[in-house]
Design a protein around this ligand. Structure first.
Ligand SMILES: C[S@@+](CC[C@H](N)C(=O)[O-])C[C@H]1O[C@@H](n2cnc3c(N)ncnc32)[C@H](O)[C@@H]1O
Length: 404
């Protein structure tokens, strides 16, 4: 099944539910049905979970004859997102000419001007919008995607509990951005970055022009009542629903704790800043963490020092270019991006021949594709889904495998 076909299957299932249960449908927020990131707001949360679980079980039925995979709900079903990129656009043909928000469902060049967004906390949304309104009041414009020019391109928020980072991405180095940063400081962001992206590449990322406040924001996580302190910078990945990821980590912790791994190596591959390696370090002899993003690896080293973890090594490499040495006693955790391990990554990782292989996936379609290969050599011990993306079609899966 392709990703398109999978999405179609979800569409059909949710629409079927809507058709058969019109009396149970919810209103959703003001922009429901206009933007693509809150597609399920009209469906009661327990039903969202039920439908996702049914479809995932059907997708994985060939692998799970003796298992009964179930889905874990998210502790928060709105206001859960850690990172949101708000597009700031300019189009002189349609009022309002300047807009702050998200792209319209099915129309990339049309930005829906938002004055609320249910997936991040109300207060932080309000501050992001205030920063944008102030920019417009200074005479700055949003970015004209058709002409490839403008002033302000993105306002990105990273926020969890008391920590907040504001990233302002501009097309130029207009003096007025300094005033905007001074204004944002008063609003209380812990960390403010000004990035410049003058390329045609549509991204919030760019060259750092200035930063104010702390370089990295602090993310405290609690797994089985143990506290871990993570740091996040403007360019480093962190899980987008930290509340639900704590549930996933606690679940995986139970499995790891029940085994005897104290003389073994854990490979944390696609590690980001080392989330899995750092949380599970105490159960292993040593950890090897690998990620392609050097900023994440550098920050991972800082985070391990911050948490007083000494048995972890970090390496900035592309897994597709690596060759690994056989380590048949080891445990490998992989948490690849949406395209999965891909052929080259899978071949390289299989050189390790680990005893246990733990796959965390944000894309069931590529997970299934990789499982077709992996199950030639591995048995699936457990498969669970975690609803890290309520109100959307997305879901996280956790698959624990043992070598045959
Ligand atoms: C879904 S994130 C997981 C990050 C981390 N496990 C966590 O939980 O925070 C995927 C990670 O894979 C990294 N990545 C993508 N392609 C890669 C490759 N070819 N080799 C190594 N790392 C890669 C990205 O930089 C990103 O940090």
């Amino acid at each position: 099944m392709t990703s398109k076909e999978y999405e179609k299957t979800l569409n059909i299932a949710f629409n079927e539910y809507r058709k058969n249960n019109p009396q149970d449908l919810l209103n959703g927020s003001k922009y429901f049905n206009q933007i693509g990131s809150t597609l399920l707001e009209d469906i009661e949360y327990s039903q969202q979970l039920k439908i996702k679980e049914q479809i995932l079980n059907k997708l994985f039925e060939n692998f799970t004859s003796v298992l009964s995979p179930s889905i874990f709900g998210s502790p928060k079903i709105t206001e859960y997102r850690f990172k949101v990129e708000f597009v700031t656009s300019y189009n002189p043909k349609f009022e309002p000419f300047n807009r702050f928000g998200q792209r319209k469902k099915g129309n990339f060049s049309w930005v829906v001007d938002l004055d609320e967004y249910v997936l991040i906390e109300k207060d932080i949304f309000k501050k992001a919008r205030q920063v944008y309104d102030y920019a417009i009041s200074l005479g700055l414009n949003g970015y004209d995607l058709r002409m490839n020019k403008g002033d302000l391109r993105y306002i990105t928020i990273k926020h969890y509990k008391d920590s907040s980072m504001l990233v302002i991405t501009s097309d130029n180095q207009d003096e007025r951005f300094n005033q905007l940063i001074d204004y944002a400081k008063v609003l209380g962001f812990n960390s403010i970055y000004w990035l410049q992206n003058s390329t045609k590449h549509d991204s919030f990322e760019g060259e750092v022009i200035k930063f104010e406040g702390v370089e990295f924001i602090n993310i405290p996580m609690f797994i089985n009542s143990n506290k871990y302190d993570f740091l996040v910078g403007p360019f480093t990945f962190f899980q987008n629903n930290i509340y639900c990821f704590e549930v996933l980590l606690e679940y995986l912790n139970k499995f790891i704790e029940s085994q005897e791994f104290s003389s073994k190596t854990l490979f944390d591959l696609y590690s980001g800043v080392g989330l899995f390696g750092i949380v599970f370090a105490k159960y292993f002899n040593n950890i090897k963490s690998v990620d392609i993003v050097k900023d994440s690896i550098d920050l991972g080293i800082k985070i391990s020092q911050l948490n007083n973890i000494k048995n972890i090594e970090f390496e900035a490499r592309d897994i597709k270019d690596m060759s690994f040495t056989k380590n048949r006693d080891s445990v490998v955790i992989v948490d690849p991006p949406r395209n999965g391990l891909e052929e080259k990554g899978l071949i390289n990782i299989m050189e390790i021949e680990p005893e246990y292989l733990i796959y965390i996936s944000c894309n069931p379609i590529t997970l299934k594709k990789d499982l077709c290969k992996l199950t030639e050599k591995y048995n699936i011990l457990d498969l669970k889904y975690f609803d890290t993306f309520p109100q959307t079609y997305h879901v996280e899966s956790l698959c624990i495998m043992k070598r045959k």
